[in-house]
Design a protein around this ligand. Structure first.
Ligand code: RM4
Ligand code: MN
Ligand code: MN
Length: 407
């Protein structure tokens, strides 16, 4: 371990980078975990109840605090409303603080009310649109009362058959609804607009891609930005390039990290395509090097739905993968990269990235953890804490049978 760390230090010094700078970046890098990743969830076919899975927001926060205590980089938790609705937000805020956490992005649920059969913010019925707008406004209020500055919007709206609805009219209604929401957004709050190319709608989706979300954000104003969920693109989409474009337009609001093989699979981030994750961070760090301001105010969040895997461990594993990809991207030799790029050295440039990607950053991350007083191996630390066994004994098995919580 020690000599590996020394090797990284020497290589970085040769590139003119002080390893302490890299360590400082890793120390300030944080990832928000989602409350809904701690509760029972599954596929539309079955939810297998997990022994000890969190049943309410307090339990979800307690689990998130475990992730924070072993990784040291997950101090905030995203909420989903109404799944996490409580009567007293101040009480929950205090409880979170007592656990060493803060409440993060508030995600309105615009896909589970019976009224939303034909959509929410784009629905042809003004009454349904008003209901959806009112729900988002109440989420803005919640965010305000818990000192969160992010409301993160994902829309299931779309159509299943050609001709089912007028696509341009849907767009106009959506923009109207978003404008009503944006008008209620405090100056200090950001509205992140997520996109997904299909599902649950199968013919058209009202916010199907980054371009549509970007157009909406630009029409709304400065505090509206795009959220990239890494599981929401057609096969083969170059997400790193989307990230580059959004950074250049100053509208990259944040990420929902997860991995996928086929569709919106919501698997452990970096479990299938860690190189893609690395390429995404390489774009961000490259932009940061050039002074791109957007690169320093990105909300890094996980959005996963754990089906058969232990939920807390799956979250820790995701965090480790994301941290690893980030650390590797910090090692890229930007001077050498630019030289290779500008001399047309195709493989030379690729090899600069590959050299960073192939570096074993475990000793570097271990060093960061040890300096924070943490175990260098967060999964081992969690396993030996006995927490999973304890909650499995204390919490009765959840009764959910299908789909998302609340379905
Ligand atoms: C969607 C999308 C949203 C998430 C829901 C649960 O596919 O990713 O961000 O809130 O799932
Ligand atoms: Mn998402
Ligand atoms: Mn999703």
């Amino acid at each position: 371990m020690a000599e590996h760390f020394e090797q990284i230090r020497v290589t970085l010094a040769q590139q003119g980078t002080d390893i302490e700078q890299v360590i400082a970046h890793i120390q300030t890098f944080s990832i928000e975990t989602p409350s809904w990743g701690y509760g029972n969830s599954g596929t539309r076919f079955k939810v297998f109840p997990w022994p000890g899975a969190a049943r309410d927001l307090r339990e979800k926060l307690a689990d998130a605090a475990q992730v924070q205590s072993v990784t040291g980089c997950c101090p905030t938790v995203a909420l989903h409303i109404p799944w996490d609705q409580v009567d007293d937000w101040q009480e929950i805020k205090t409880y979170a603080e007592h656990l060493g956490l803060r409440l993060g992005a508030v995600n309105p649920n615009l896909f589970q009310d019976h009224a939303y059969r034909f959509g929410s913010l784009s629905h042809f019925d003004k009454g349904v649109r008003s209901q959806a707008i009112a729900h988002v406004l109440s989420c803005i209020e919640i965010a305000h009362s818990i000192d969160s500055n992010v409301v993160s919007l994902w829309l299931a709206d779309g159509t299943n058959y050609p001709g089912q609805d007028d696509l341009r009219h849907r767009r106009h209604r959506l923009l109207d609804s978003l404008q009503a929401i944006y008008a209620a957004l405090p100056d200090t709050m950001r509205l992140l607009i997520e996109y997904k190319f299909f599902e649950p709608a199968f013919y058209s989706t009202d916010l199907p891609d980054w371009g549509t979300s970007l157009l909406m954000a630009q029409k709304l104003g400065r505090n509206a930005e795009v959220l990239v969920d890494t599981g929401h693109h057609p096969q083969g989409t170059n997400i790193a390039q989307i990230v580059a474009q959004l950074l250049d337009e100053d509208r990259l609001g944040g990420f929902h990290f997860n991995d996928r093989k086929y569709a919106d699979d919501d698997l452990i981030a970096g479990s299938l395509n860690p190189f893609e994750l690395f390429c995404i961070f390489n774009e961000i760090i490259g932009a940061q090097h050039e002074g791109n301001a957007n690169a320093s105010r990105i909300a890094y969040m996980i959005d996963q739905s754990h089906n058969i895997e232990p939920k807390i461990e799956a979250m820790i594993q995701s965090v480790l993968h994301i941290q690893t990809a980030y650390a590797k991207a910090l090692l890229v030799d930007h001077v050498a990269l630019q030289q290779a790029q500008e001399s047309g050295d195709v493989l030379g440039a690729y090899r600069v990235l590959q050299a960073a990607y192939e570096t074993d950053v475990r000793p570097l991350l271990a060093e960061v953890r040890v300096r924070q007083g943490l175990d260098p191996d967060p999964i081992a630390a969690f396993r030996s804490s006995g927490y999973a066994e304890q909650v499995a004994r204390e919490r009765t098995l959840g009764e959910s049978v299908s789909g998302y919580p609340g379905a």
